[in-house]
Design a protein around this ligand. Structure first.
Ligand code: FAD
Length: 517
């Protein structure tokens, strides 16, 4: 389990302060820090904690400029830190400037709001009041003038400049500027509606609206469904040439090589699911991952039975693959002993005595799960895809138990998935599965939103393929109707539309059979 400190865990992406690490984070740090001092027994802190967790997810991209931390002042070992900071009531929120000195008291957020949008704005206000030394990762937040825009490409080495036209009171431009701070090849500046020369040169009549500016004085309007933060940020992060800082520029297609193998790239459509990935995942799971468990017993055996049973029931495979899964399933369910040997399992899987139309093809042939380098994507991508397909198949074919597939997935990942820290995180998330996951559509949506939580947590990690950045999926280009905004301008998922998108995207009739042998 991830380290637990009172109300937060490491997977909340909130820095958990302790007496040992507090100086490292608050003193002389290159990022500003927002710190919640709380007591785990305090009711207000408990009810504020989901808001703080959402804030941390919401500001994921801003962290190099302003990071979020928390400390449990009710824990005996933390008392000295909290006393040193003069904490008398809970929760207290303080903003610490970048490069703070050891005795810096921080700036208290007086009467702070208890919702994400207003807290986000308070953070922007604090950043703007920051003064020198400015956190180096934080881009300029003040409005740009026409004179600056005119010479922008002479002084900045970026491919795209996005200008967000808005009125003085709007925070949108600054929010999107911060959302893009970890991306290279793009700069974002807000321009006020009072910047008359530029407004009339571009013929801007809508505020907010976003324009892309190019060297030589060309401008185009950024087309989005709704003029709102999430729509701008998705669109700008996906512009050609825009990559996360520190990531090598993506190699698009062609021959991939590593030291020993060279593989030809298989062109594919990113918005489709491929049977070749599903069969490759089955091969990897059944012939490689399980092979590292020579004896499978007790809980692991129960888990394997559940997994093979849902595959036999819901995998939308070719007849020969289905025959193979079904014979494996009937053999396995007939095993009465509380252990089996992997070799016996493998013999049934590969039983050459069976009819030739009973076989799971050997080897992997990744298509939609190809990575730009051999260590990216592939099997974990296949595992997610496989289980999304299975939850959708159970839903589309009227499975009887809403949690059957999720429970099989949970126990497979827990017992067998080779990425052990992934398994730990997933087990944690599955442990928090709410009671409302009591219908087949709810199971489809739970897996989708859990996958997005993982995407959020690991976006920008070393394991992210620069050609396939982690996003909150599906993007507005894939499913425009999935995205909406609330009255206060915040992004919201249109869950009914997401469900209908998922049930079609992962349905058996949408799966492409290219590249199968
Ligand atoms: P993936 O995230 O693997 O997604 C595969 C495909 O599914 C995408 O290309 C997209 O088409 C689609 N997709 C994306 N998001 C969604 C969604 N929300 N709903 C439906 N479909 C979607 N890696 C870590 O570094 N840390 C972890 O803790 C971790 N935990 C994991 C837990 C599990 C159960 C699994 C299966 C994998 C985990 N991984 C973890 C691996 C990581 O999630 C990715 O699978 C891996 O980095 C490859 O990423 P990818 O770009 O291929 O996209």
């Amino acid at each position: 389990r991830p380290a637990r400190a009172g109300l937060y865990t490491a997977s909340d992406q909130i820095v958990l302060l302790t007496p040992d690490n507090v100086d490292g984070f608050l003193v002389n740090s290159s990022a500003a820090m927002l710190v919640e001092f709380y007591a785990s027994w305090c009711g207000h802190c408990i009810s504020f904690s989901p808001v703080y967790k959402r804030l941390s997810t919401d500001l994921k991209e801003w962290k190099p400029a302003v990071n979020l931390a928390a400390i449990d002042c009710a824990a005996e070992e933390n008392r000295k830190v909290c006393t040193h900071h003069g904490i008398k009531g809970y929760p207290t929120i303080k903003f610490f400037h970048a490069y703070s000195k050891p005795d810096s008291p921080g700036v208290s957020f007086k009467a702070f709001p208890r919702d994400v949008p207003r807290l986000r704005r308070r953070i922007i206000d604090s950043l703007e009041a920051h003064g020198e030394p400015w956190p180096p990762a934080c881009p300029p937040l003040e409005p740009a003038s026409q004179a600056e825009i005119d010479i922008f490409f002479e002084t900045n080495n970026v491919q795209h400049l996005a200008l967000i036209f808005e009125d003085d009171k709007s925070y949108l431009g600054r929010e999107v500027t911060l959302d893009l701070l970890q991306f290279e090849n793009i700069a974002v500046r807000r321009v006020l509606n009072t910047e008359g020369g530029l407004v009339s040169r571009l013929g801007v009549t809508e505020f907010p609206s976003c324009y892309l500016s190019y060297p030589g004085g060309n401008f185009t309007r950024l087309r989005v469904n709704v003029e709102a933060r999430a729509f701008y940020s998705y669109a700008l992060q996906g512009l050609p040439g825009v990559v996360r800082s520190g990531k090598p520029p993506p190699v698009s297609t062609g021959l991939r090589t590593n030291s020993t193998v060279s593989e030809t790239w298989r062109p594919f459509n990113r918005s489709r699911v491929y049977m070749a990935d599903l069969e490759s995942s089955l091969h990897y799971s059944l012939r490689l991952e399980l092979a590292s468990h020579p004896v499978i017993k007790e809980e692991a055996l129960k888990s394997l039975k559940k997994y093979i049973s849902v595959l036999a029931k819901y995998f939308p495979g070719r007849p020969m693959v289905m025959n193979s899964l079904k014979s494996l399933n009937s053999w396995l369910q007939n095993q009465t002993s509380d252990q089996i040997f992997y070799e016996a399992f493998k013999e049934i899987l590969d039983n050459t005595a069976q009819a030739p139309e009973t076989a799971l093809p050997e080897g992997v042939r990744w298509v939609g799960c190809q990575g730009s380098q051999p260590h990216f994507r592939r099997y974990p991508c296949g595992v997610w895809t496989l289980f999304h397909v299975l939850t959708v198949q159970a839903n589309n074919t009227g499975g009887s138990d809403p949690r059957e597939v999720l429970s099989a997935m949970r126990s497979y990942i827990h017992n067998f998935f080779g990425c052990r820290h992934c398994a730990e995180h997933f087990e944690n998330m599955a442990g928090e599965m709410p009671g409302e996951v009591d219908s087949l559509p709810a199971a489809v949506l739970w897996l989708w939103s859990s996958h997005n939580r993982v995407n959020n947590r690991i976006a920008g990690a070393l394991s992210e393929d620069p050609l396939f950045p982690k996003i909150q999926w599906p993007s507005p280009d894939m499913c425009p109707a999935c995205h909406a905004v609330k009255d206060n301008g915040e992004h919201k998922w249109n869950k009914d539309q997401v469900l209908s998108f998922l049930t079609s995207h992962f349905s058996s009739s949408s799966i492409l059979t290219d590249y199968l042998e």
